[in-house]
Design a protein around this ligand. Structure first.
Ligand code: ZN
Length: 262
């Protein structure tokens, strides 16, 4: 039997820069580190959060950043926006472009504007050889179509995967990673659990999406990176694997996609 090793987890999608953490950001990060979370990746939703994510990555060694404009913030996305993203993306603490994609739930920005910004950022990721973090809300077919035309060769993660089994199979066949969060622990989500019970272990990334998507065990509270453990525990349970194995595998997956060296 293998020796017991400390659990090493990562949170590949955490909005630690959001105002919900302004009062206690350092404590929240310390709690994560104390619970075996060795790295936290902050995705951006616009230019301001891209800069904030980079600033936090400069401040804390365990933090890394992504830069990008979220689909609900793409109104007015211009060549100037793209030029600034290109500059920010070359910062040494930036590992990905994201979160980018299509959101047909909020309907605050036209699909035309969202697609324009999505395509521009996919091309940017390809030009800079960076992976992309994809936001897809009620836009599965459109997102898959855009990716099949222009997914960057450095890789893709479908963050907070919310598609069905057929979409998961399409995404896995295309080589994408599937991101899984607190909803894996919600009582109603048997279909999501079936998808993640069957997915190849080497293609799963665990995330919190904190401060959102709090796992069942802490539902009603603000989510935080330490709670990625609840997602890992549920994955271990539904896959019938030891937690240490799930932790090591998903951490390796993140390191492969985001090119982390320890
Ligand atoms: Zn997010």
């Amino acid at each position: 039997m293998a020796e017991l090793e400390p659990i090493r987890l990562v949170d590949t999608h955490c909005h630690l820069d959001f105002e919900q953490f302004d009062a206690d950001r350092e404590e929240v990060l310390a709690a994560a580190l104390n619970n075996g979370i060795v790295r936290v990746l902050i995705p951006a939703v616009d230019l301001a959060t891209s800069r904030r994510a980079i600033a936090l990555a400069e401040q804390f060694p365990a933090v890394r950043a992504a830069v990008g404009v979220h689909p609900t913030s793409t109104a007015g996305f211009s060549n100037e926006t793209l030029a600034e993203l290109r500059d920010l993306a070359q910062h040494p603490q930036v590992d990905a472009v994201g979160e980018i994609g299509i959101d047909l739930y909020w309907k605050t920005v036209t699909l035309t504007e969202q697609v324009h910004a999505f395509r521009a950022q996919l091309a940017l990721a390809q030009a800079l050889d960076r992976p992309v973090i994809i936001h897809d809300r009620e836009a599965h077919a459109s997102v898959l179509a855009e990716l099949s035309a222009a997914a960057p060769s450095a890789g893709v993660v479908l963050h907070a995967f919310s598609g069905d089994q057929a979409m998961a199979e399409t995404a896995l066949a295309a080589g994408y990673y599937l991101g899984v969060d607190g909803p894996l622990t919600y009582k109603k989500n048997d279909a999501l659990r079936a998808i993640f019970a069957a997915a190849p272990a080497e293609r799963i990334l665990i995330e919190t999406d904190a401060p959102y998507l709090t796992p069942q065990a802490r539902r009603g509270q603000r989510n935080e990176p330490a709670y990625v453990r609840f997602v890992a525990d549920k994955l271990a349970e539904i896959r019938g694997q030891p937690l240490a194995e799930i932790a090591a595998q998903t951490t390796d997956n993140a390191a492969r996609l985001f090119r982390w060296e320890w």
